[in-house]
Design a protein around this ligand. Structure first.
Ligand code: NI
Length: 170
């Protein structure tokens, strides 16, 4: 296992639509192990493969609390449907540094996906679990949480980030 570098906005891979996972093999297991290690190290509650530069429809998450046993969830090729309700809650992202903002998401969704062995999954997620899945699935479609903000807020963040990067290379 290895901790991988997390790509940061505005890296172009974060904007790509990821390809389907087709091979549920040892390479996939290794990739998932790296993603999990990278996510726990960050620390974050979710990580999508494009965030470490692998443009595949694959994500890991763990929404258990600090004092609970960790429980890793792996979803390949997730498809969301039957969105219900709406809630505005604070989100951040390991690929969008120095910004958190309130984002509107469905409060309940149906999730169809495959697990690490390629077995089909079909379940209903709600509340925080549903929010994290929606955030991570966005990554697989090249969407970042800043895309859900007003164009003014997004423009402000772009400007701030440009300045940061200019200072970093100065
Ligand atoms: Ni994110």
């Amino acid at each position: 296992m290895a901790i991988r570098d997390i790509l940061k906005y505005p890296h172009p891979i974060l904007r790509r639509k990821a390809a389907q996972v087709t091979d549920f093999d040892d390479n996939l297991r290794k990739l998932v192990a790296d993603m999990a290690e990278t996510m726990y190290d960050a620390p974050g509650v979710g990580l999508a493969a494009p965030q470490i530069g692998v443009s595949l429809q694959l994500l890991v998450m763990d929404i258990t609390g600090k004092d609970e046993e960790p429980e890793l969830i792996v979803l390949a090729n997730p498809v969301l449907s039957e969105g219900e309700g709406a809630a505005l809650e604070e989100e951040g992202c390991l690929s969008v540094v120095d910004l958190t903002a309130r984002v509107q998401r469905f409060t309940k969704i149906r999730v169809q996906a495959q697990d690490i062995d390629g077995t089909s999954l079909d379940f209903i997620a709600d509340e925080w679990f549903a929010r994290v899945i929606q955030h991570e699935v966005d990554h697989l479609n090249g969407i970042l949480f800043i895309d859900h903000l007003s164009s003014l807020k997004r423009a402000m963040y772009k400007k701030k980030r440009k300045k940061q990067l200019a200072q970093a290379t100065a």
